[in-house]
Design a protein around this ligand. Structure first.
Ligand SMILES: [Zn+2]
Ligand SMILES: [Zn+2]
Length: 232
């Protein structure tokens, strides 16, 4: 006699008495399917003057760059319909060649089995100018603050330096030029540039050198753009 008791089993591993998703048990399903797919890379833009970020087709005030990247990745991610209770955590890191990556850890459930999957997404972060800074660009400048690093680690120094930027300072910048030797900040008003420099020198020892660019004598008065070199 043929048994009518047809047990359901996973077609891949043969396990019985398990919850099946289609023909597979949760564990085989997880192995065979791409549960989470993300783009290989995403592009974001950061305004080099005010730090605004381009995401979802518009410029947004400088926020947490991780949030912008999270939104950008999730916009392009696809998640298998059988994954339940999923969440994604994003952490910024570098690959072995020093390229920026976002490590995305997806967690969730397939059936009643917990899953955790890591995906790496390359980040192309383009230095750019936002619309409002673009409008200011080319405006008159009266002072340049040149940020230079004593030990070559400019990025760290930049973060420190820019932590002194108030709204007033950001609004006063007409350009930022990033070069090999350092970063040049162009100020519309030299008083604001000087105030920034003195608030930094009151906090720590820095080498400050002042000079003038395009100096000429006009009616017996010195005339030129103030250049302040700051080596920290
Ligand atoms: Zn199985
Ligand atoms: Zn901007």
């Amino acid at each position: 006699m043929v048994s009518l008791n047809t047990k359901r089993f996973c077609v891949s591993c043969g396990r019985e008495d398990v919850e099946l998703i289609g023909l597979l048990c949760p564990s085989c399903y997880s192995k065979r399917k791409e549960l989470f797919s993300v783009p290989r890379s995403i592009s974001i833009k950061t305004c080099k003057i005010c730090g605004s970020q381009w995401s979802s087709g518009k410029w947004m005030k400088a926020g947490d760059v991780e949030d912008t990247i999270y939104v950008e990745i999730m916009k392009h991610a696809s998640i298998d319909e059988n994954v339940k209770e999923y969440k994604a955590d994003v952490e910024l890191s570098k690959d072995k060649n020093g390229k920026d990556i976002a490590i995305v850890i997806f967690t969730g459930k397939i059936g009643n089995e917990n899953i955790s999957i890591r995906k790496d997404v390359y980040i192309n972060n383009e230095n750019s100018l936002c619309d409002s800074c673009m409008k200011k660009r080319g405006r008159f400048y009266d002072a340049i603050v040149q940020l230079r690093s004593k030990n070559g680690n400019l990025n760290e120094k930049r973060v420190f330096f820019e932590s002194f930027f108030s709204r007033e300072i950001v609004d006063n910048l007409s350009d930022v030029k990033i070069g090999k030797e350092g970063i040049d900040y162009y100020f519309i008003n030299r008083t604001i540039a000087k105030r920034l420099v003195s608030s930094i020198t009151s906090m720590m020892k820095v080498e400050v050198k002042e000079s003038f660019e395009g100096e000429s004598l006009k009616n017996g008065k010195r005339n030129g753009k103030l250049v302040i070199s700051l080596r920290i």
